[in-house]
Design a protein around this ligand. Sequence first.
Ligand SMILES: Nc1ncnc2c1ncn2[C@@H]1O[C@H](COP(=O)(O)OP(=O)(O)O)[C@@H](O)[C@H]1O
Ligand SMILES: [Mg+2]
Length: 340
Amino acid sequence: MNQKKVDILSNLGYQYYYAGAVRVLKEAHMVDDPLAGGKVEVVRYSDSVKGVEPRRGKVRDVYDLGKEMLIVTTDRISAYDVVFPTLIPHKGESINRLAEFWFNKTKKVIPNHFIKVEDGRSMRVRKAERIDIEFVCRAYLYGSAWRAYRDGARTVSGVKLPDGLDMADKLPEVILTPTTKAEAGHDTEISGKEAIAQKLVTKDEWKELEEATLKLFAAYQSHAKSRGFIIPDFKLEFGRLDGELIQIDEPPSHDSARFWAEKFYVPGKPQEAHCLDKEFLRAYLREVDYMGDGPAPEIPAPVVKQVSMRCVASYEVLSGKKSLGDYSLKNVDQVMRELK
Ligand SMILES: Nc1ncnc2c1ncn2[C@@H]1O[C@H](COP(=O)(O)OP(=O)(O)O)[C@@H](O)[C@H]1O
Ligand SMILES: [Mg+2]
């Protein structure tokens, strides 16, 4: 892009920088607020630290500040490992606020990377040496674990499951189903033995991480229950810092966990109608036959509104500011009718 064009864009309020070899413009603009009258800012790409190029994940922009990092949660959304062209108003800020709430609440259970919130969507954290494993934990049979079970699998990550379980049933015990953190493409399951063999962790660390995950899961579940919610599964990440294992990345959120309203929980059925997590979006995408192959489609406005509402509600309900009844959640069938 030539300098003249860049200057014109700067005059229009854009800022620019290089991401690798490709020049990327900061992209933020005002849109109609889907949840209230007025306008709200949505951010696709941040440009928060002068002179520092962020590493852009699927949803977050991470700035390396030496011993610390600035994590900016944008309004991008991903599903089936694909980032969508549509932005979700209020998403970044709600996820960041809920993370602040959780990190403060559980720091006595397991230490974490949280230092402070810088602005609505940004958080300053301690930089750790990341352990390249996602600690997925399940208390209910749902999602990929349910699909494997339905297709005949009776062991999940080495744990034997009884016959006769149904979709969304509570599992006899909480199980850990860790996956590798692939730089690109899909994550694959990994057992403790494999993780130790691949020298991702030592035997002692694995034990410590397993225990930490279960302790955190218990803490999250018990708080969620007091707010009328079930957390059937989630994923966590850990890192090493000065010889200590700490929780990094994000606590349970719209993107990294499931949140089911206890009042509406019915085993044997999909739970997307009253969930405050990304399963609603995935359910919509299945309706339009998009499961991650090919370019991601735009998400239509009625769906954006429902996803935005779920992001805000997950923060406000779980942190105790509001209750579920304050939101008019719709299920996918209702939204599909609206779209016709
Ligand atoms: N305290 C930390 N130290 C080091 N890396 C971290 C820390 N917290 C989060 N991360 C990493 O920052 C990235 C966050 O961006 P995200 O949008 O989740 O990307 P991804 O698409 O890789 O999941 C992740 O790769 C995560 O592992
Ligand atoms: Mg991530």
